[in-house]
Write a protein that binds this ligand. Structure first.
Ligand SMILES: [Zn+2]
Length: 232
């Protein structure tokens, strides 16, 4: 995908997800002048193996990490909806919040989790919050945000033109992030509670992954997505 949207909205489950999933793409658009907004659904307060950590304290640290990474990406706004980590529910009220956000910001492109991705090889399966956030976002974009009789008090209807789903097993669209891969790697490394290993391990892993996608796209570094073109 070559074009830069005027307004883009990314909706991800946890504070580090957008940077890992599509930080290079969001930074590329921001550098090109787009207004790039991020909604994080949960507070990330359970993202630790340490039983001594207090969830509210972890959430506060992760909010600070997100603020730092968002400045590197160049986001126009970041909102954390503050749902408890691991407890996201695909409810009417959650979808209404997403519809209200889409109708207020009126993005041309929306990025989120691919809710159909379940198993990534034998070592990882997709986090429940990712699946739920992705499904709720799709349902919020179409039909709800696009049709005025859904959530009529949530603002005037808006048709999103393009959805890019990351963390997908079936990518069919790539964004060249060769110009922003360093910014993406640095943004991911801001999430120190999640990627604590010293020596830039996370940044290196991010580069290798983007290189792999780049080979599929014929560019040095890329991010892959499942694309939906919805009109509008
Ligand atoms: Zn996550």
């Amino acid at each position: 995908m070559q074009e830069t949207p005027e307004v883009a909205l990314a909706v991800y489950a946890h504070p580090d997800d957008a940077d890992v999933a599509c930080g290079g793409t969001l930074a590329r658009w921001a550098v090109a002048g787009a207004a790039v907004h991020l909604v994080v659904c949960t507070d990330g307060g359970k993202g630790t193996f340490d039983p001594e950590v207090k969830s509210s304290e972890l959430a506060a640290v992760r909010a600070a990490e997100l603020e730092e990474s968002s400045a590197l990406i160049g986001l126009a706004s970041v909102v954390n909806l503050g749902y408890p980590d691991g407890e996201l529910v695909d409810s009417d009220s959650f979808r209404e919040v997403l519809v209200r956000t889409v109708r207020r910001l009126r993005p041309g492109v929306v990025c989120g989790h691919d809710p159909t991705a379940m198993f990534f090889g034998q070592e990882y399966f997709n986090h429940r919050d990712h699946r739920i956030a992705g499904a709720a976002l799709l349902d919020a974009v179409v039909p709800a945000a696009a049709l005025p009789l859904y959530f009529p008090s949530a603002g005037p209807a808006h048709q999103v033109a393009t959805v890019l789903l990351s963390g997908t097993l079936e990518p069919d669209e790539w964004v060249d992030v060769s110009g922003t891969i360093d910014r993406k790697a640095a943004a991911v490394e801001c999430h120190r509670t999640q990627f604590a290993e010293p020596g830039g391990w996370a940044g290196e892993a991010i580069r290798l992954r983007a290189e792999e996608e780049g080979r599929r796209a014929g560019v040095p570094f890329a991010e892959g997505f499942r694309r939906l073109t919805l009109g509008g």
